[in-house]
Design a protein around this ligand. Sequence first.
Ligand SMILES: *Cc1c(COP(=O)(O)O)cnc(C)c1O
Ligand SMILES: [Zn+2]
Length: 409
Amino acid sequence: MKQVIGARCTICGHMIAAEPGITVCPKCGGILDIEYDYDFIKSKLTKYDLMDREEQSMWRYMEFLPVEGPGTLPKLRVGMSPFYRADRMAGLLGIGTLYIKDDGINPTASLKDRASAMAVVKAEEAGKTTIACSSTGNAASSLAGNAACAGLSTFIFVPSRAPKGKVAQLMMFGAKVILVEGSYEDTFRISAEAIDRWGWYNRNAAINPYLMEGKKTVSFEIAEQLNFRMTDYVAISVGDGCTIAGVWKGFKDLYAAGFIDRLPRLISVQAEGCCPINTAAAAGTEAWTPQEENTIADSIAVGVPRNPIKAIRAIRESDGVTVNVSDEEIMEAMRLLGRNAGVFAEPAGATGTAGVKKAVELGLIEKDASVVSVVTGNGLKDVNNAIRAAGEPLSIRPDMDELVKALGM
Ligand SMILES: *Cc1c(COP(=O)(O)O)cnc(C)c1O
Ligand SMILES: [Zn+2]
């Protein structure tokens, strides 16, 4: 893997070899970050090579990833999700140009598949046959699906509040599922103990530096789908912070390798009822404080974020914007996406879009700005909240008079 230089600690700067089983910094416990040799990458790949490439998955960008070669890669098709220019939505949100990157169209219906596909590769390289994680739901279902395809077994810890759709996915993919009656924080803690005890491969995004490397592929796709002409902003919902950190890393990689000539500013969107990362970023500090987990957007209801430092740095480095939205605003964004773009998002999936609308209203971004909003998860995962946002249908007996009355026309 000549493209990878090593893994550097984000806290103390200590550098170690990028072995497949690495977790946190052996010196200080800080989260590691994989470093690349961009001159080497440039010598292997140009953006014109990419345009000719046939691979239609996240592995299209192999030269930018910590993987050996095509022979070892998983079969499930993750990535190359649809990218739409959404003019009517742009009008409704009051901005110049809006693009929607629909990452709900992944094998297990969330952006998390990008990280889980990477986790599966790394677990196999590390010689492990069992992978475990704790998750608000989507990391779990994506790990279960990607591991199932690769023939690995999984132990999954989710808070008992996880929506039924996500739990159904876990069961269908054959995971060993443990519902934890407690918060995400409680769930994370017990999973960490179990992983230690039984020596499973750890897919917890905060511990495992490779997961962000998978997530960053969403940015490679966005750039390519924009013909490498970046928008002013990219909006994304934030929970643990790994996704926004990955998004930023992807753009920085492309910039360092000369594929794009400017970096977008990030719009970091959290729920008003749970926004520890935005609170710290807005205050210009990396010293965040835990919060309650009070929002319908279960995937980003993370009161004790596991990757706050990388996320806060991503927001700062990109000269980013932070915006917090209410559950009502999230549900409005779900309706707007559904009714004007035909895109069905789970609450956390629509949160980025809700943030774009609010950022314009608050004057945080310019009215003529161009924005990519990443939809991170599909609405079928959480049918209860979808109905809550969209309403109940008319209901009649099979009788024409009743239909006429119900329709009022
Ligand atoms: C996990 C997730 C996020 C946020 O990602 P973090 O890495 O936790 O910040 C956003 N939306 C959806 C649908 C998710 O599953
Ligand atoms: Zn360290």
